[in-house]
Design a binder for this molecule. Structure first.
Ligand SMILES: *Cc1c(COP(=O)(O)O)cnc(C)c1O
Length: 713
């Protein structure tokens, strides 16, 4: 226990242990425990119980420690927590008990677990966070390696002219759910970068039994100029990036060794982490004296690699000079020459330019996967060049479609309603059986009026949350009235609401819906059947083109002609994502074809009965069944922009005018949109059992982790 933390009464002495294990964040009882501890401090501290406990008045703590109903909940949570920590009742223990102590090391540049730990930028982090939580739920032994990023990703403010401002804030370590391990002194891990050595401190984050180790360069042994290397996520400078990636991959392996952890399986999430494989080859060569090619084979046989990028430009590629500079001595340790080394990151003939991190991963991992069925096809086509003597469908790169963590993303109100009608009110049974389609076949039993009323409740919650944000921003800054209105002050819970919520990347076409302004205007301002659009999303700080798109969307949100029915919500993050994926009516997704590897936000929306309106790309290619949402435009289109934009925009308007809007406002005598609720049910029924992290993790386990563990018993 640190200095200055209030002492807990003995009867509730384990509160801090629960608070510092993020397991609480996806268990409703545990969340309720902190909420009922003291609601004002819970809210004031951004739903962060570590911070909350640090700021609680001692007499309030004394008071709850004798409150019967609080203690009852406390005991319940402790029992559930101890059960989870023992791992004895888990899926893994039941199916593969002899492998229960084996561990998977998961390497990822970002993790989205909870807002109190802002170490993620977007979808990749969400996937990593959901995957670790599910590993915990299934009892799969896992340790994660990532970065601490004390300044995290930025907070987004939009200036009066619609230009994105990036605000970086410093993480208060004492208020974050992290514990220092190997932070100073002898324990720190050393990595050589060019001519200098860098040292890594480590923080531990707990997710039930899963442990995440976050690397941090801000330690005393480092020169002050080097300490900020891990301060921020995705710095644009190439030299900083290669340094960060060396720390993550090479440093990550060394940290695990220093901690005495011996993983049976190594899982590299996206190309940024591929130096991890090199470091393990180096260990074999240098420490065990194994020849390079043999070491490479052995590392391959225990490595899983997941690629997330469907377009060539999306991969991390470093210039040869940079690789020479940083790996000259390292490749000596591997016992190979410059040509052999550089070839690990190149393809084709003549060899491609630069050192491609995805290629390195594909060459050094024996188990490779894409993240949706369609992305599998695209990836096999793209990487056929690495296996030139094989046909495209024989390229050894399979797909394991992404899924979202149910307990994190399904609104508790929806889960309660579904549990009531599908499994006798038992939410834990709903969670346990979420990937069992037969559970969801009972969706017809859910009464339309109950589903609709829960949905309306979630929509009002979203609007209330937006109002609170507007209030806070108005109170802290001198904003013009039209700026305030653009944040959604006039958004009305009864109006059909479309969400366009995602990173402002060009390929996602955030302004597609603005292609014909007049047609959009008549849709939005229709007197009897109006439409609202809520935008949210960040631009990458160095992406000028994307900032221009954002500015354009923001400008229209301030345009009086739209009557306040277009809103732009600032600072999209996990917390805001919850309100949005649960609270709008329609989730709009308009990527250019073959550019979205999977996408997960649409899955989160769909399991909450928010209907997907999307181009048939990424996960939707396998998710759409004809009755569970809508498809924009033709399946395939080879023309590309601008014709693709023209065709899709026209298809989008006509879908909205002829199907979506009329259906939403078509009400029966008691005011229910029966056709709409039927699609809501079909959406939940068809998406929840398959596009969940549980199904995904069982696939990773059965197809990769378990076979690898079995082979190396
Ligand atoms: C789910 C989620 C994403 C991923 O969204 P896609 O656009 O579907 O890839 C990104 N950011 C946040 C905060 C999310 O919650």
């Amino acid at each position: 226990m640190g200095v200055g933390q209030p002492r807990l009464p003995e009867r509730i002495g384990r509160l801090r242990e629960i608070a510092s294990n993020l397991w609480w964040s996806w268990h409703p009882n545990a969340r309720q425990l902190f909420r009922s501890l003291d609601y004002p401090t819970w809210r004031l501290n951004g739903h962060n119980p570590v911070k909350q406990l640090n700021s609680m008045a001692p007499d309030r703590l004394e008071a709850v420690s004798t409150d019967e109903s609080f203690l009852q909940l406390y005991d319940q949570v402790i029992e559930q927590f101890d059960q989870a920590m023992s791992g004895t009742n888990s899926w893994m223990a039941a199916r593969h008990s002899h492998l229960a102590t084996r561990q998977v090391a998961y390497f990822s540049a970002e993790y989205a677990i909870h807002n109190s730990l802002p170490i993620y930028a977007g979808g990749l982090g969400i996937l990593a966070g959901d995957l670790c939580k599910e590993a915990c739920d299934l009892g799969i032994g896992m340790v994660g390696i990532g970065f601490m990023y004390p300044q995290g990703y930025f907070h987004q403010h939009i200036a009066g002219d619609g230009w994105q401002q990036e605000v970086y804030s410093k993480l208060e370590f004492k208020d974050a759910p992290v514990e220092p391990v190997l932070l100073e002194g002898e324990g720190v891990t050393r990595v050589e970068l060019d001519r200098k050595a860098l040292y890594l401190g480590v923080w531990r984050v707990r997710l039930g039994r899963v442990e995440l180790y976050l690397l941090d360069t801000n330690v005393e042994k480092n020169h002050p100029l080097d300490r900020d290397l891990s301060a921020r996520l995705y710095i644009a400078d190439q030299e900083h990036r290669i340094q960060q990636e060396m720390l993550l991959g090479i440093g990550g392996v060394r940290v695990l060794r220093n901690l005495g952890i011996s993983p049976a399986v190594w899982h590299a999430n996206e190309g940024h982490t591929s130096f991890m494989m090199l470091e393990r080859i180096r260990e074999e060569v240098e420490i065990k004296g194994v020849p390079f090619e043999e070491a490479l084979e052995s590392v391959r046989s225990t490595t899983v690699f997941t690629t997330h990028t469907p377009v060539p430009a999306g991969h991390d590629v470093f210039p040869d000079e940079l690789v020479d500079k940083y790996f000259a001595r390292y490749r000596d340790a591997l016992g190979i020459d410059r040509e052999r080394f550089l070839a690990l990151g190149k393809y084709g003939s003549p060899l491609s330019d630069g050192f491609n991190m995805t290629v390195l991963a594909l060459r050094t991992a024996g188990y490779r996967n894409a993240v949706s069925k369609l992305h599998g096809e695209v990836s096999r086509r793209m990487w056929n060049v690495l296996w030139p003597d094989r046909l495209e469908h024989e390229v050894p790169l399979i797909h394991m479609t992404n899924g979202v963590h149910g307990p994190t993303w399904m609104a508790p109100e929806i889960a309660t309603l579904l549990a009531k009608h599908l499994c006798g009110g038992d939410i834990s049974n709903l969670v346990e059986r979420q990937d069992d389609a037969s559970l969801w076949s009972l969706m017809e039993m859910v009464p339309d009026n109950e589903l609709w009323s829960v949905h309306q409740h979630l929509k009002r919650k979203l609007v209330t949350n937006m109002d609170e944000r507007i209030h806070d921003r108005w109170a802290e800054a001198a904003l013009s009235p039209d700026h305030v209105l653009s944040m959604g002050a006039l958004i009305h819970p009864e109006v059909l609401t479309i969400g366009f919520v995602r990173r402002f990347a060009e390929y996602k076409r955030p302004t597609l819906i603005f292609r014909d302004i007049d047609r959009l205007k008549s849709l939005i301002t229709d007197r009897t059947r109006p439409v609202q659009i809520i935008f949210a999303g960040k631009s990458h700080p160095a992406d000028y083109a994307s900032k221009l798109l954002l500015q354009q969307a923001h400008g229209l949100a301030r345009d009086r002609d739209f009557q306040g029915r277009i809103a732009f919500v600032e600072d999209y993050d996990m917390h805001m994502a919850h309100y949005l994926v649960q609270g709008v009516d329609v989730w709009l997704n308009t990527p250019r074809r073959l550019h979205e590897a999977s996408g997960t936000s649409g899955m989160k929306a769909a399991i909450n009965g928010v209907l997907h309106l999307s181009v048939l790309d990424g996960w939707w290619r396998e998710g759409y069944n004809g009755n569970n949402g809508w498809v924009i435009g033709p399946v395939e289109l080879t023309s590309g922009p601008p014709e693709e934009d023209e065709i899709d925009a026209a298809a989008l308007y006509s879908l909205l005018e002829n199907e979506v809007v009329p259906m939403y406002y078509d009400r029966d005598r008691v005011g229910l949109p029966r056709k709409w609720t039927a699609i809501m049910k079909e959406s939940i029924k068809s998406v929840a059992p398959f596009f969940c992290a549980r199904r995904m993790m069982k696939e990773y386990a059965e197809q990769t982790y378990v076979p690898i563990m079995e082979k190396h018993l």
